[in-house]
Design a protein around this ligand. Structure first.
Ligand SMILES: [Fe+2]
Length: 263
């Protein structure tokens, strides 16, 4: 089974430039084109939040039009730049999205690896949370099956050392850790938000961050560092389930010389 993760698409309405610099729609188009050209094709795509930059209907319309080029199931979850109702409204055919209720959380049970999507959004705030109700839902899902499981959420549950991003991190990672530690079937926690490839052990499993399909957060580990981004190569990730473990490959979406044979 091959799970493709894309993250932090930040698509803009009218295809304007994010922060006056980044053509995020073009970045997503390149990412989609790269995924479509994969052999083997992934079984599914999970998009771990910040799907659009400003959560209006036009931005979600651009997102929808570009994602429609993917000939495989796409699962969306919200980030701090998203808005639940606008996301639901733009994707009425995405049946896995709960039509009612306060949170966009769901289980994907159709594959050898189960995906549990968590909603960390606090409306209007850049930081994320997992309140008692959201954590209770997670515990119920983990109680019902011991199938290998990937938990997907936007805000990573660990401190990264990139100060300005950590200040808008997940505020209840201990609540998540208490649950995850009890369920050894959790193979991975996959996240976005940081716009960089990052990994850390968390509650007995690996937590990983997928780079952005557009702009990356500057690697700056100085305390008090200002918020800056950089046009390092956009990327997505392929999580390959071998039957034993989940192996993660980072795939860059740019054009590079090669491939060349080793002789
Ligand atoms: Fe983002």
């Amino acid at each position: 089974m091959l799970l493709c993760q894309i993250s932090d698409l930040h698509v803009m309405s009218g295809r304007t430039l994010a922060y006056g610099v980044v053509d995020t729609a073009a970045c997503l188009e390149r990412c989609v084109q790269r995924i479509v050209g994969l052999d083997p094709m992934p079984d599914l795509v999970v998009a771990t939040g910040d799907l659009v930059d400003m959560p209006d209907a036009m931005s979600y319309g651009v997102l929808r039009e570009i994602l429609a080029r993917l000939p495989l199931p796409v699962y969306l979850l919200p980030g701090n730049h998203d808005e639940r109702q606008a996301l639901r409204a733009a994707f009425p055919d995405h049946r896995y999205l709960p039509r009612e209720g306060d949170f966009l959380q769901y289980a994907v049970d159709e594959y050898p690896v189960r995906v549990l999507a968590l909603d960390t959004v606090i409306p209007g705030q850049p930081e994320g949370t997992l309140c008692a109700r959201r954590l209770h839902w997670l515990q119920q899902r983990l109680d019902e099956s011991d199938a290998p499981t990937v938990i997907a959420l936007h805000h990573p549950p660990f401190v990264t050392g990139i100060d300005h991003m950590d200040r808008m991190g997940l505020d209840n990672s201990t609540g998540l850790a208490t649950i995850v530690r009890r369920f050894p079937q959790v193979q991975r926690i996959v996240c976005g938000h940081l716009h960089r490839p990052i990994q850390a052990m968390f509650a007995g499993t690996l937590a990983s961050v997928c780079p952005s399909a557009a702009h990356q957060v500057l690697l700056d580990l100085k305390p008090g560092s200002p918020a800056r981004f950089v046009m390092e190569p956009p990327a997505f990730q392929l999580h390959l389930w071998t039957g034993q473990t989940l192996v993660t490959h980072t795939a860059y979406t740019g054009d590079y010389e090669g491939p060349y044979a080793f002789h």
